[in-house]
Design a protein around this ligand. Structure first.
Ligand code: ADP
Ligand code: ZN
Ligand code: ZN
Length: 736
């Protein structure tokens, strides 16, 4: 409590609870308020719990009554600097998210749980200004000190551990300290080095790459879309832009899709920048490693930060460039909790920091393409494949009325055989894992359904079970119909396992490598699995979209797409866009080396206009056509769209909640041609894990129209106390 004459100190905290407001506390008992600064974590009491909260502001007074003291200060120095706090606040406002939950999303698990940052701290020896200004030969008479000085001059600060490893004695360190030439600094340990590939000389940029590089301004905010076919050398452009930031002493941030952060990618970057420290932030790390990498990024220790979605929320003290690879990838959008888009936030981050952002893709999202075509982003293109590789030839194989063998047309099997016989590699893309997507009874028509979801169970024959791909429910494989006891059961449709059986039988002389989530538990496993393919042996790769991205397999000359039709008839207006992206990405795996590539696309509807456009004119023309259709239908990206979602075991409650939400919104802003409401309607997957899911769709001509409305809606909904109902606002929703 403040004593007379003394100013009270109030801590305004972001607490990780689903309430869109901040909470005020008194400083922990006995703590000198001078030690408090925004961006630090503190333990606070909340109800009867104890939570890790982030200090947002220190105030002199509070409108809130009966303040409790916070329990304990966790960080001596703030983890989040001012720019990072402003950025997270912006994101909280835009996505209608509680600020406390956004901070929690930004923190790695170990720090979210309150582990002190100095748990990983290390002592670093670095030169003082005097030390840096010393002439080369100043210590010539003390060779050991000279050697240490040289090391610090050439390679920058050194940890205590590395000094020991390099054989520098405590004596020479002390001598430099006493002369005021060096000083100790406590900071996070640098992340462990990434084993680099052979550092090769960077290729000479081709003219197109050079133009792209020159078009990205070195300074100030700029947003660019780099539309470049696979293999056109986009990664090389990223590397040059990173180099540019590093040369200025700034940090480079590269965001990659969930399955794009492969050891291969990391090795390539580590090989290019052997003297810079790289923090890789991805889900494959242990909690401690992740915290360490995060702290290295946040403390400015890491020059290069490579990460998946949540890396965008990591504070960077000296950002210089933001790069988003495969910017169209769905994994950049968080689908639960705080539903942010890392790709969109990348642009906001760059704008706030006044630096360039580059979004790259062979198959840009319609959102980014629209921004580029309307002049909001700079539109940069790479039209040719870099190096010697030539674009693949694409052929459609009609499957209707053909004698298919486990889903493959005879001529496709023939091409596979010929390619393998020539000593080349084949990639077969099948968008579904397991043996078959459904099991049915031939006598009574029984279908194996998931008891918790509105979906069928997938047959996994190898593991002898039926499994739901939405909630992971499993049941042992039955050999007779549970309804009529008939033993005549059929597996409907095909998946990777089924194709693998056929292909392994047909091409028994060659290794068949199946890559899907069932065979490939980790990035390392994928790396190992693909090793024979990288070695150049003739082999057959078969798998889901895990195979579509990021792997450079120069000996693949034939790509087979088993079924192109899936997304063309979906109720989701984004499905054709996703299908087009996937097909183009998979096709792009063909002919990445000196050998020319061929792509065979099986389809029941070879005349489908969108498929024709895609295959004949390529993704660029296809996407522009889709944009025109979205404009006609008044859909994103031509309109801003938010969904209000609700799910509940009792479907009536979810629907009623959304009906009330709609009435509430309409009272604030009646429907008009500028602002439209749709719903409540059931989600595409209506029931998931036992809960019925509905949404209310709000579309507006201007994004700014939606924000205040949704903020009011959240206020209302927070007062709606039904513990069994879950609701969320999904700004720029990607899934229906
Ligand atoms: P993308 O990221 O667009 O798929 P990459 O940057 O990975 O393309 O380039 C594809 C291949 O071409 C890589 O093997 C890369 O090393 C090579 N490459 C890129 N730029 C050049 C260049 N200017 N000259 C020669 N080879 C290049
Ligand atoms: Zn039956
Ligand atoms: Zn299920």
């Amino acid at each position: 409590m403040a004593t007379d004459g003394e100013q009270a100190v109030i801590l305004r905290m972001a607490v990780p609870v689903p309430l869109r407001r901040l909470f005020d506390y008194l400083p922990p008992d006995g703590l000198d308020p001078a030690r408090l600064a925004p961006g630090q974590r503190l333990w606070v009491p909340f109800g009867n719990r104890k939570l890790v909260a982030v200090l947002v502001e220190v105030l002199a007074e509070s409108p809130q009554a009966e303040l409790k003291p916070a329990l304990e200060l966790i960080d001596a120095a703030p983890l989040f600097d001012g720019r990072s706090r402003a950025f997270l606040q912006w994101a909280a406002d835009y996505y209608q998210a509680p600020l406390g939950e956004l901070y929690a999303a930004a923190l790695p698990v170990a720090l979210r749980k309150g582990k002190p940052a100095d748990h990983w701290a290390e002592q670093w020896l670095q030169l003082t200004t005097e030390g840096k200004g010393l002439p080369e030969s100043a210590l010539a008479r003390a060779p050991k000190q000279q050697a240490l000085l040289q090391l610090l001059l050439e390679q920058g600060r050194q940890s205590r551990t590395s000094l020991k490893e390099r054989g520098h004695s405590a004596g020479s360190v002390r001598a430099l300290l006493e002369r005021g030439l060096a000083e100790w600094l406590a900071g996070p340990t640098v992340p462990p080095p990434i084993p680099a590939a052979e550092p090769g000389a960077p290729p000479q940029l081709n003219a197109e790459q050079q133009q792209v590089l020159e078009a990205v301004p070195g300074e100030g905010f700029s947003a660019s879309l780099l539309e470049g076919t696979t293999g056109s050398g986009k990664t090389e452009v990223y590397l040059r832009l990173m180099q540019r930031a590093l040369d200025r002493g700034q940090q480079a941030l590269l965001l990659v899709p969930e399955i794009g952060l492969t050891p291969q990618t990391l090795r390539r970057i580590a090989a290019r920048f052997p003297r810079h420290s790289i923090a890789a932030l991805h889900s494959g790390l242990a909690d401690g490693e992740r915290a360490q990498a995060w702290l290295a990024a946040a403390a400015g220790q890491a020059d290069i930060v490579i990460g998946t979605r949540s890396a965008i929320l990591t504070p960077l003290p000296r950002p210089g460039v933001v790069l988003v690879d495969e910017e169209h990838d769905a994994s950049f959008k968080q689908q639960d909790g705080v539903r942010y888009s890392a790709r969109d936030l990348a642009v906001v981050l760059a704008r706030n920091a006044g630096i360039p952002v580059l979004l790259g893709s062979a198959t840009p999202s319609l959102e980014s393409l629209h921004n580029a075509l309307s002049g909001r982003y700079q539109h940069l293109r790479l039209r040719q494949r870099a190096g010697d590789a030539r674009p693949p030839q694409i052929h459609v194989v009609p499957t209707l009325g053909q004698p298919l063998e486990e889903g493959f047309a005879p001529q496709v099997l023939r091409h596979i055989g010929e390619t393998l016989a020539r000593g080349e590699q084949v990639l077969v893309f099948i968008n579904r894992r397991g043996f078959a997507p459904a099991l049915t009874c031939d006598d009574c028509g029984w279908l194996a359904d998931c008891p918790h979801c509105s979906s069928k169970l997938t047959l996994h024959r190898r593991q002898r079970h039926l499994r739901c791909h939405h909630c992971d429910y499993r049941r042992p494989l039955v050999d007779s119909c549970p309804q009529c006891h008939s033993r005549s059961l059929s597996a409907l449709g095909g998946g990777t396992e089924r194709s693998e059986e056929l292909l392994a039988r047909r091409f028994a002389d060659f290794p068949v490598i199946r890559v899907d989530r069932d065979t490939t538990a980790s990035k390392q496993a994928l790396d190992r699995l693909l090793a024979p393919a990288r070695d150049g042996e003739p082999c057959l790769l078969l798998g889901t979209q895990m195979l579509a991205k990021g792997h450079h397999l120069p000996r693949v000359t034939l790509v087979v797409i088993q079924d192109a039709d899936g997304g063309l008839f979906s109720a989701d207006f984004r499905a054709p866009e996703r299908t087009g992206q996937l097909l183009e990405q998979v096709a792009g795996r063909a002919g990445r080396g000196e050998l020319a590539g061929r792509v065979l696309v099986q389809s029941r509807f070879p005349e489908h206009p969108l498929l024709q456009l895609l295959l004949e004119k390529g993704y660029g023309a296809f996407a522009r056509q889709l944009l025109r259709e979205r404009a006609t239908a008044q859909l994103p990206p031509l309109r801003a769209m938010a969904l209000v979602r609700a799910e509940c075991e009792e479907p009536r409650w979810a629907e009623e909640f959304l009906e009330q939400a709609r009435a509430h919104l309409q009272a604030l802003a009646p429907p008009s041609p500028e602002l439209e409401y749709l719903g409540p309607v059931p989600a595409l997957l209506e029931r998931k894990s036992g809960r019925f899911r509905f949404y209310l769709q709000v579309t507006a001509v201007r994004r700014a129209q939606l924000q205040p409305l949704l903020a009011r809606l959240c206020q209302w909904a927070e007062g709606h106390r039904n513990r069994r109902l879950r609701w969320a606002v999904d700004m720029d929703a990607q899934e229906l």
